[in-house]
Design a protein around this ligand. Structure first.
Ligand code: NAD
Length: 344
């Protein structure tokens, strides 16, 4: 007999939550039983769309009233700490959207609160779960290209992200905190932890407050050197949004994940090119399908980890290292000096 579905609730019925709710619905062993948003219109819209009748304007009231196996926090960063600490107090396992926190102090406080309460905590850091990125990782793990010595994780686009997420134009920080955070996590996933970082940032779009271009040079403990670069100011003939381009040079060959989801592996034995396009889930839409599929993958991972008592790949503890790279990038861009992520 299969076990009863995990009972979850979601807080924050905004732009991205719709993907999370679709993905939860695709997982037969999970049921989202309640929703929370302080905005009644958004609560009604997603409640009606997904047929979820138990609706709350206040997260505290929801956690007091519902028996939950987990809570999925899909709000923007300023509410993460109070909501994660609330879940910890209630001893409810919690997923928190990225960026996990606006400061390392907040991030450490959330990790400590969940650890003290014995509550699992995962950051919804989904880019490493994109199937093309997983395909690169699989080639690396097979050892076909030997030990990597150089890599590049690149995201360059002119896509207008501000239409769907207007708050992104308003913060003093933009691309490193919002998008570069994913690229830095992918670099950690592929090449391991980072011991040094040099960064340069620019603001090209005059209508936003934060930086929209960042170029980072990373030293990995493994000895690999990588470039992580991202831009929302790059006007291309064929905009690859929202694809991440990856290059790896290894002692025995190279890996290239190019636009159009083409994966080329070249070794002494020759070159192979594979189409690693992500599947288009029934509820997904191009070009977002790449990200949407990764939402399903990370949420499946969470459900498996929760049932098996395993720490998720992007646990709060793990995500402190990705967040430290974000802080290091801003500090290094300001000082124009190399920085040690351990200092954050
Ligand atoms: P949004 O502003 O559209 O939605 C947030 C919702 O949360 C709003 O409806 C708001 O009313 C609600 N809310 C905020 N605080 C609340 C509280 N204390 N209690 C109840 N409801 C509350 O934001 P969004 O664009 O959906 O982004 C949400 C998060 O998702 C952000 O942190 C963003 O960085 C992240 N995001 C991640 C990805 C990804 O690929 N992982 C993509 C887009 C956005």
């Amino acid at each position: 007999m299969s076990p009863a579905p995990l009972r979850g609730a979601l807080i924050g019925c905004g732009f991205f939550a719709v993907n999370q709710l679709h993905a939860w619905r695709d997982l037969p062993d999970v049921e989202i039983v309640a929703l929370c948003d302080r905005d009644p219109a958004r609560l009604a819209l997603l409640g009606d769309q997904f047929g979820i009748d138990r609706r709350y304007a206040d997260a505290e009231a929801m956690l007091a009233a519902e028996a939950l196996d987990f809570v999925d926090v899909a709000t923007t960063v300023s509410s993460h700490r109070p909501l994660v600490e609330l879940a910890a107090r209630r001893r409810v396992p919690v997923i928190c959207q990225k960026p996990f926190a606006a400061t390392m102090d907040d991030a450490r406080a959330m990790v400590a609160a969940c650890a003290e309460a014995g509550v699992p905590l995962m950051v919804h850091e989904n880019f490493r779960w994109q199937s093309p990125i997983q395909a690169v990782r699989a080639v690396l793990d097979r050892g076909d290209v030997g030990a990597p010595f150089w890599g590049r994780v690149s995201f360059r686009s002119g896509y207008d992200v501000f239409s769907g997420q207007p708050y992104l134009a308003e913060g003093s920080r933009f691309i490193v905190e919002d998008l570069g955070i994913h690229s830095l996590d992918v670099a950690r996933h592929l090449f391991g932890d980072v011991t040094g970082l040099t960064a340069r940032t620019r603001r090209i779009n005059p209508r936003i407050k934060g930086e929209d271009v960042a170029t980072m040079l990373l030293d990995h403990a493994s000895g690999v050197t990588t470039i992580v670069d991202c831009s929302y100011a790059t006007k291309l003939a064929d905009d690859p949004f929202p694809q991440t381009i990856v290059e790896v040079d290894g002692a025995l060959g190279t890996i290239r994940l190019s636009a159009g989801y083409r994966l080329t592996v070249a070794t002494g034995a020759g070159a192979t090119e594979t189409d690693v396009s992500p599947p288009l889930l029934p509820w997904a839409s191009r070009p977002w399908h790449n990200i949407q599929e990764s939402v399903l993958a990370i949420q499946r991972h969470w459900a498996e980890c929760l049932r098996q008592g395993r720490e998720p790949q992007t646990s709060g503890r793990d995500n402190l290292k990705t967040l430290a790279l974000v802080e290091a990038a801003y500090a290094g861009a300001a000082s124009r000096k190399p920085v040690d992520p351990e200092d954050f």
